[in-house]
Each structure stands twice: as structure tokens, then as C-alpha cells.
Write a protein that binds this ligand. Structure first.
Ligand code: FES
Length: 223
């Protein structure tokens, strides 16, 4: 994997999608990860050049957010939510079981490069705790046995589907999707009554958010 002329062309396309090109930095860093499996110095230089930023500015962003990796992760990057709700409902036990089975700890990769493991923060999916992710696709309502099954299948190269629908792609595939390029899976996700409980309640009781102030779509770029 490496940065190619196509990567550069894609980066230029991303820059053109925003009124201020620097707004493309976050998706562009995902694009770099889709090409190199991590954010490398070369990837930082590419972003800086296309967006007319300094490499220090790009590096500051890339080192701030935990979704940007400065070292290779696995083909499947597995997250286990160990924040309070998930932890008490089984997240801690899932983490212990996966870490022991795979022989890796937080932010480490298995020797075969197949799986990396990360303790992740609340995914705003507490209705389906305990929650795991695989390349940021949700795996809801997990338990130790199901978590081990998922990871063993991923490690063996078998197809695994998110509990919310789509096939779980490789890290590079999902990073390209996160950069904003269509992977054809749009529409395969699904919600359930737990996820939309607030919306249903509001609709049943005639509740709506107050209208916001009218403003130009370009207001933030003016002045
Ligand atoms: S605490 Fe795990 S998704 Fe919220």
C-alpha cells in the first residue's frame, strides 16, 4: 500500500468539496489511511501540500484524534467499549476475553496483522450495550461468546456482517468510505425501535425542535 497519483487526485477532489479547502483535512486523513493503513509522514505532507497548510498543522490534527493512527493497525480494527454502561453490562469481560485470546493489549496488533484491539469510548450506542466495533461498524448487544466468534471469523478471513446490516469491510475499504467515497453499501444499514425511541416519543406527543435562526448557508465563511 502506498500513496499513488490516484490518492493525490482523490485528495484534490476532496479539497474541492468544501468552501474552505482546509475543511477537507479530516476526510483527507482517512483517505491517507485507506492508502497506507496509517497516517505516515508522506501522508501528512500530501495533505499539507493539497490544502496549503504546514505539515505541523496537519500533524497537530492527526495526533489529536484517536481515529488517526500513527502505526499500522490490523486488517480489522476491533474496538470494545469499556465506558461505564458497556463495562458493567459485559464490556470489561469482553475486553479481557479478546485480549487474552488474541494475545494483544490496547492499540496492539496480532502477529498475523489480522486484528488490532482498542479500548474505545462511548459510541453513543448505549441502548445496545455492550457494544463492539469492527472497522467502526457496530456490533451490538455482544457477549463474550459472540465477541470471540466474531474475532475468530475475521481473523480467518470469513465474511462478517454488522448487527446493523452491512458486511464489515477491511480497514482500507472502510477508511475510504469514511473519507467520503461511495462504497455501494449506502442504504444497507438499519435502525430499530430502541435507536429511534426518542424520535417516536416526540412524534407521538407532537414535539418538535424549535426552528433555528435563518442564516445563509455560507454564513460561516463570510467575514
Ligand atoms: S457506554 Fe458503550 S456505547 Fe455508550
Amino acid at each position: 500500500m502506498a500513496l499513488t497519483e490516484q490518492t493525490r487526485a482523490d485528495a484534490v477532489e476532496l479539497a474541492g468539496r468544501y468552501p474552505q479547502s482546509r475543511s477537507a483535512l479530516l476526510p483527507m486523513l482517512h483517505l491517507v489511511q485507506s492508502a497506507e493503513g496509517q497516517v505516515t509522514p508522506a501522508g501528512i505532507a500530501l495533505c499539507a501540500e493539497v490544502l496549503d497548510l504546514t505539515t505541523a498543522e496537519v500533524a497537530a490534527v492527526a495526533t489529536f484524534y484517536t481515529m488517526y493512527k500513527r502505526h499500522k493497525v490490523g486488517r480489522y480494527h476491533v474496538g470494545v467499549c469499556t465506558n461505564t454502561l458497556c463495562a458493567v453490562l459485559g464490556g470489561d469481560a469482553i475486553w479481557d476475553a479478546l485480549s487474552q485470546r488474541l494475545g494483544v493489549g490496547h492499540d496492539e496488533v496480532t502477529a498475523d496483522g489480522a486484528i488490532s484491539l482498542e479500548r474505545i469510548e462511548c459510541q453513543a450506542a448505549c441502548t445496545h450495550a455492550p457494544v463492539m466495533t469492527a472497522n467502526w461498524e457496530f456490533l451490538d448487544d455482544m457477549d463474550v461468546a459472540r465477541a470471540l466468534e466474531v474475532v475468530e471469523k475475521l481473523q480467518a478471513g470469513e465474511e462478517v456482517f454488522s448487527t446493523r446490516g452491512p458486511r464489515i469491510g477491511t480497514y482500507e475499504e472502510i477508511e475510504r468510505q469514511l473519507a467520503g467515497f461511495d462504497d455501494g453499501l449506502y442504504g444497507e444499514g438499519r435502525t430499530d425501535e430502541k435507536m429511534t425511541a426518542g424520535l417516536s416519543y416526540a412524534q407521538q406527543h407532537g414535539m418538535a425542535a424549535p426552528a433555528g435562526p435563518e442564516r445563509s448557508p455560507l454564513a460561516k465563511t463570510e467575514g
